[in-house]
Design a binder for this molecule. Structure first.
Ligand code: CMX
Length: 134
């Protein structure tokens, strides 16, 4: 894995949280993006080499809605950039981690992504992400 690409934070209300984090960071988010396949609306703040992603559920059965119902708002996942997501998935499978996707899927911010089950990673939901090069 190369670096922490972003940290995902589950929020109830994206508009309110955008204003809150804008006051906290002293700068504005640089984009809002809906990820229909995950039923989430997201916004991103650039923090040096890494990013903060705010995530609001778009439907009651989205992972974010379930997470907030169970644990409340807060850190939801940490995403690590990888060079070759297929190779990294194979490496983690061989190391005994449970992957939540058979194949990488399209995530926010022009990325191929795959999640690792938190039960196999000390309670941390890990996301692998690789930039999609056109
Ligand atoms: N971090 C740590 N633990 C988590 C978690 C998270 N984000 N989400 C759920 N869990 C824990 C639950 O608390 C529960 O623990 P206990 O059994 O001790 O209570 C356990 O994992 C299973 O949770 P669950 O509620 O029974 O199962 P879910 O149906 O909520 O599924 C998970 C959990 C991780 C498999 C599911 O959320 C998932 O597939 N996530 C990957 C996709 C995703 O998160 N998409 C949203 C972000 C998209 C984006 O970044 O664009």
């Amino acid at each position: 894995m190369l670096k922490v690409e972003h940290i995902g934070i589950a929020v109830k209300d994206l508009e309110n949280s955008n204003m809150l984090f804008q006051r906290l960071f002293g700068k504005e988010h640089y984009k809002i993006e809906e990820v229909a396949s995950e039923a989430v609306n997201t916004s991103f703040f650039q923090m040096g080499e890494t990013k903060i992603e705010l995530l609001q559920a778009e439907s009651e059965d989205s992972a974010i809605a379930k997470f907030i119902a169970k644990r409340g708002e807060g850190i939801h996942h940490i995403a690590f950039e990888v060079e070759d997501i297929h190779a990294e998935m194979e490496r983690l499978r061989n190391e005994g981690f449970t992957l939540l996707n058979e194949q990488p899927k399209k995530g926010a911010d022009n990325k191929l992504i795959c999640f690792v089950h938190p039960k196999t990673a000390n309670g941390l939901l890990v996301e692998l992400c690789q930039e999609i090069k056109d």
